[in-house]
Design a protein around this ligand. Sequence first.
Ligand code: SF4
Length: 178
Amino acid sequence: MLIETYDLEVFTLPCEPGAERYAARARLTVDISEVLSYLNATLRGALYMPEAKALTWKKSGHNIAFHAYEIATSNVEDRDGAEKELKGLIDLVNRTWERRAEITPDTTTRQRPTPMAIYKLLPNTNCKGCGEPTCYSFALKLTAAQKKLADCPPLSEPQYAEKLSALQDIVIDAPAIG
Ligand code: SF4
């Protein structure tokens, strides 16, 4: 196991008035830089910065960061959720490290798709079926991993199959951390 011990801290961040958000941070006693290229190869939508020995990732609107001696998550709705997510991230690092022989490490830095690039591939009917007032606001939420492609029902219609396939190549549909 790569990470065996750590200090965990959960705290609040000043954010929008009345909307308290939580962050959690684990200070590590081991350097996890080597696992970052394996995480980069397996976490869809991750942004790896090799020079900084850092990798960032978004999951359900939460901002996650892996550094050599620290893992952090922020913008979480409640204290328990922040702690649970951070423990899940530590498990994820350990599982990825144990599976590293099966993974080809990826040291490239990918560009995140822009909301406009995503918008151009949506049906552009502003039908509101996703719960958003416009396709563009849905594109903004997709970019931030606050929505999933499956939240747009028209995309499953045959006439949008090509667009859906292009979207699946670029959009962050973050996997659950289990
Ligand atoms: S459901 Fe799809 S097509 Fe309809 S508004 Fe949302 S993103 Fe646009």
